[in-house]
Design a protein around this ligand. Sequence first.
Ligand SMILES: [Zn+2]
Ligand SMILES: [Zn+2]
Length: 267
Amino acid sequence: MIKCFVLVLSFRRIIVLSGDIKRFMNWLFPHKCIACSAEVDAYSTLCTRCFTEITFIDHPICRVCGRMFENQESYDQDEICDRCLETQQHFDMARSLMQHDSFSRRVIMRIKKATDYGIVKICAKRIYTKYPRLFDNIDYIIPVPSHWTRLLRRGNNPPDVIALKLADVSGIECRRLLRRIRRTEYQKDKSVVERAANVARAFVCNCEESIIAGKGIIIVDDVITTGATLNECAKVLKLAGAAIVKCVTVTSTRPSHKWYEPISSLS
Ligand SMILES: [Zn+2]
Ligand SMILES: [Zn+2]
């Protein structure tokens, strides 16, 4: 009995001490806001001021690609944007957490440079609570794959990290069901047509088609711009028999007139 009492006391002391050590370490190395470096209470989070700077995706949005419309006030409800009306979208729907702007770009850079995975956890939780129905009837969460040469050079594939965190919060299995078989050029500064051509036939199934057939799948990427990469991935999955293919990204860009012209014709 006495031994037990001493054991409980020692255990409590260890807990108290570990709390002291934690406070001391926080004092020595204070947590900083991931965007502005202001002091915050927890590791890898945003201060209150920066949090208000995030432009979260808000209705009305395109029912298919999930982008916010340019003139929000012109729309009473979610409709389908011109881009989705013009293009054969192989995915059933795409949804993003925030608007791609100078602020959210910093968040994406932290994920890309593998400097901070805490922010990925925050984003994954936010995505899950923002779109809980999106995860209905989904069997697998899969990342957009990198080519092995890019993976070797960069050291990580950002969609992998986001997909794993989304799998954690949703309880859905994360699998790498796609493989990038061709090293594609960066999509930046390419038009819609050039982007689609750049990623055409760049992906194949990384498994037996029977694993995909009839399944609900969410493809994960960091950003949706024209949607060409996600559309190509969705096409491969649908051809393999996937029943539902949805896409999730951390940020989404607003449509740009530049996409519709070859870059060579821009001044
Ligand atoms: Zn801040
Ligand atoms: Zn759309």
